[in-house]
Design a protein around this ligand. Structure first.
Ligand code: GMT
Length: 389
């Protein structure tokens, strides 16, 4: 098949999944054309049957906000026409589903270009709900011939908040290359990250408020009282400074390493002892899956689609969002449940081993690329042959 893929090229789960999917589809003999405003961050070397088309944007002083959606529509139309694409698969509805629909309309006189939209998270649970986006998001996803959601949770939210018929949405979970994300990777950076043999606690995100990074730091501070540890923070975003201030306030600044954005997180995760994901909401939690594939137990909030990935007691622990048991005026807020769960894991080698093996097994058995990519191929087949609507 000839497939166009559009995603956000920047660091983030939807871009990572879209890029991995494209690369694996190309390995399986498909021709894949990425269309975006920049090279997706994991598309870093030459691969056969993989092409990149940069969206050309004309800046003009009149535009305070250049109309990217229109430029993308034109790029999708041109690519579909020139390379005779069978299908355009867009990741994250806003504005990609709308641009794809415009491209399809532009081509309608000649042929029917099939569109598949994968819903990832905040396109439905946050941004898409805003009055300025809700109607266009609903309109565009309903115009897609195929619609997938990365979790049952996200499907339910879409059905409820956008009145999309249930049978229009296929759940295809995110996946992981379990040969890349695996335990015991060499070189592991343990000696650099924790020079005094401390345990390594890790968090990877875009540091947006939904990630509750202050909870990460507070959990770490409590846990570090019992088990000497280092907190390794990977990624960047608006709440990085808050996390830093929290670390200073709680007296753990010297135990916290801010690594910023990183392209090969598997190398870091492979030497992590514990992964924290205390998010307010998470449609899936790809970072937790990446950690699990590396054999790292996860302590996360029992929110959104996370319980579909992290199994309480088997691959880590799930706690209420912001599991705060004490909030006194004379002391900083402390988060107990997550810290206690993390401490229990790190204090007991057998316990850690059991969860680590459970995490890896879950990643391999349920979320490996070998299992999930064929689900996309089968769905593409249905969409292209008219069975997806
Ligand atoms: O929505 C975001 O905050 C970013 C988005 C992305 O593009 O990285 O993340 C969402 O998609 C990921 C990949 O499917 C999921 O693993 C994340 O859980 C989801 N984020 C949220 O739902 C907050």
């Amino acid at each position: 098949m000839k497939i166009g893929i559009t995603c956000y090229p920047t660091y983030g789960g939807s871009g990572a999944v879209a890029t991995e999917l494209g690369l694996l589809l190309a390995e399986r003999g498909h021709e894949v054309h990425f269309v975006s405003y920049a090279l997706p961050f994991r598309l870093n070397k030459f691969r056969e049957r993989v092409f990149f088309h940069e969206v050309e944007m004309e800046d003009y002083p009149l535009f305070e906000h250049p109309p990217y959606s229109l430029a993308l529509a034109v790029a999708l139309h041109d690519t579909a026409k020139k390379h005779e694409l069978d299908l355009v698969h867009v990741h994250y509805a806003i504005p990609h589903a709308t641009s794809a629909w415009i491209a399809q309309e532009m081509l309608a006189q000649e042929r029917d270009l099939k569109i598949l939209t994968t819903l990832h998270g905040t396109d439905i649970t946050l941004v898409g709900l805003h009055p300025s986006f809700h109607a266009i998001t609903r309109f565009s996803i309903l115009r897609s011939h195929g619609l997938t959601a990365v979790s049952e949770f996200l499907k339910r939210e879409t059905v409820r908040d956008f009145t999309v018929p249930e049978d229009r949405i296929e759940v295809i979970p995110n996946f992981i290359d379990t040969k890349v994300f695996r335990p015991g990777l060499e070189p592991c950076h343990r000696a650099t990250l924790a020079p005094d043999g401390e345990k390594i606690v890790m968090h990877i995100s875009n540091f947006r408020s939904v990630k509750r990074v202050e909870d990460v730091v507070a959990t770490f501070a409590r846990l570090n009282d019992k088990v000497p540890s280092r907190l390794v923070l990977v990624g960047d975003g608006p709440d990085r400074l808050r996390a830093l201030m929290k670390a200073e306030e709680l007296g753990v600044r010297d135990q916290v390493l801010f690594l910023g954005k990183h392209t090969s997180v598997h190398e870091l995760l492979s030497c992590a002892d514990l992964f924290l994901l205390p998010s307010e909401s998470e449609s899936f939690g790809l970072a937790a899956l990446e950690a699990m594939a590396c054999g790292t137990p996860v302590v996360a909030s029992n929110a959104g689609g996370i319980p579909e990935v992290v199994v309480d007691g088997e691959t880590g622990y799930l706690l209420d969002i912001g599991d705060i048991s004490v909030a006194r005026q004379d002391a900083p807020i402390v988060i107990d449940g997550m810290a206690d769960a993390g401490t229990r894991i790190l204090e007991d080698e057998d316990h850690w081993q059991r969860l680590s093996e459970g995490a890896r097994a879950m990643a391999v058995e349920r979320f490996s690329a070998a299992r999930v990519v064929p689900q996309y191929e089968a769905y593409y087949d249905r969409v292209v042959n008219g069975g997806g609507e």
